[in-house]
Write a protein that binds this ligand. Structure first.
Ligand code: TQI
Ligand code: CA
Ligand code: ZN
Ligand code: ZN
Length: 160
């Protein structure tokens, strides 16, 4: 079953419309799968997500980095850590740019949309789940894709 971070950090319940931005180092091919991951969370929760207009600062900031990138959590090259996200209301999510990202189930590779679904769960305040089919389960096999599970949605409903 779902879990939360220590202290149960969450977005203020009145702030359910979150904006996101892709930092300039985001590869063009990465935007569509991450955008679909936001749409999936929006379909199943009370959250709304929209691309930030350049006039205002986004709530959620998506970036791709390699190795040491200044936040104390260096990436480790291809394999190992794929991505990490900070707890609410920080809003940063980082993907390891040295991974061979793919869209869909490709043998030996990780599906960017699936990993984005998992990281958005962290951005919203979900920790890891003990339910194997939950997107917040702490491991995934390469070459597979996953969607949201009732356990993930229940976690958000309980937190908010
Ligand atoms: N990144 C870890 C993760 O997002 C980072 C992490 C380790 C972490 N321990 C944590 C985050 C404790 C919060 C709390 O879980 S990862 C998967 C999965 C990763 C792993 O690169 O290992 C996914 C990223 F679940 F498939 F293994 C995305 Cl989907
Ligand atoms: Ca890595
Ligand atoms: Zn980082
Ligand atoms: Zn995780």
């Amino acid at each position: 079953h779902y879990s939360f971070f220590p202290g149960r950090p969450r977005w203020p319940p009145t702030k359910y419309h979150l904006t996101y931005e892709f930092l300039p180092n985001t590869h063009a091919d990465a935007k569509a799968p991450v955008t679909r991951a936001f749409a999936t969370w929006a379909r199943h929760t009370h959250f709304k997500f929209s691309l930030a207009t350049n006039s205002r600062r986004a709530d959620l900031k998506i970036g791709f980095y390699r190795g040491n990138h200044g936040d104390g959590y260096p990436f480790d090259g291809s394999g190992g850590t794929l991505a990490h996200a900070f707890t609410p209301t920080d809003g940063r999510v980082h993907f390891d740019s040295t991974e061979k990202w793919v869209v869909g189930a490709v043998r030996g590779r990780f599906d960017l949309e699936t990993v984005a679904l998992h990281e958005i769960g962290h951005l919203l305040g979900l920790g890891h789940s003990r339910v194997k089919n939950a997107i917040m389960y702490p491991t995934i096999e390469s070459g597979s894709t996953k969607g949201l599970n009732a356990d993930d949605i229940e976690g958000i409903e309980v937190l908010y």
